[in-house]
Write a protein of this length. Structure first.
Length: 233
């Protein structure tokens, strides 16, 4: 059993993989760092939006908007939704189309920060297996060279050269699987958050416009009520 693959340590597999194992090791470290950093970032920033939306709706329907602004401002550090809704609350007096543009810009900024590192994961998912295949090809070249130089060629020499060459392919595919799986999971989280933001902001912009219209009509009615009729002047 001394020659079985189960007896090989990672160091021995690294040496057997050849020079291509160096970039693959670098790719694996970068992949792990990005995945862990994004996991921490997502857990640190609460992406829940329902409770914030409810607070904004209540404030627009007669609550304390200044108190709401202070609440949202105190949560902008750890809640992406608070940053977006704070923009909406502070600029609620703007025309509807301008308010939509401002909220959209803030939402895109938040989503962009959530997507940091995604392009690296995609690139690593493509480059790592190609690098592994390159190592396999160079390893096969070396194996066949050894076979051509051997006096007594047997199946053991051929098999040992081939499985050593395939080590880099295995490492490359493992890196790609981790990178692409993480990218897919993170993208689904961001897409769901973006969808919730779009729905919530659309509803709240309409609510803000309605409350502003009611306030304006109420002010006009009050001013008209205070005016004296012409016959009383």
């Amino acid at each position: 059993m001394g020659n079985s693959s189960a007896d090989f340590s990672l160091v021995q597999l690294f040496v057997m993989g050849g020079v291509t194992m160096w970039p693959l090791t670098l790719f694996s470290i970068i992949t792990v760092v990005i995945v862990l950093e994004r996991l921490f970032y997502f857990f640190y920033h609460n992406l829940k939006l329902d409770d914030l939306k409810e607070k904004v709706e209540n404030a627009f329907h007669g609550g304390n908007v200044d108190e709401l602004s202070n609440f949202l401002e105190s949560h902008t550090r750890r809640r992406m939704g608070a940053r977006i809704l704070l923009t909406l609350v502070k600029r609620r007096d703007l025309p509807e189309h301008r308010l939509e543009k401002l909220v959209e810009a803030e939402a895109l900024s938040c989503i962009s920060s959530l997507e940091n590192g995604f392009s690296f994961l995609t690139a690593l998912g493509a480059i790592a297996p190609l690098t592994g295949f390159l190592g396999t090809v160079t390893g096969m070249i070396s194996a066949f060279k050894s076979i051509s130089e051997a006096v007594d060629v047997n199946a053991q020499i051929v098999a040992s050269g081939i499985y050593e060459a395939l080590i880099t392919t295995v490492f490359g595919l493992c890196i790609a699987i981790v990178a692409l799986a993480a990218h897919s999971i993170f993208t689904s989280v961001v897409d769901r958050f973006a969808s919730e933001v779009e729905i919530a902001c659309s509803d709240l912009i309409i609510t803000a416009a309605d409350s502003a219209g009611l306030a304006e009509s109420g002010g006009i009615a009050e001013s008209r009520g205070n005016e004296k009729p012409e016959y009383q002047k």
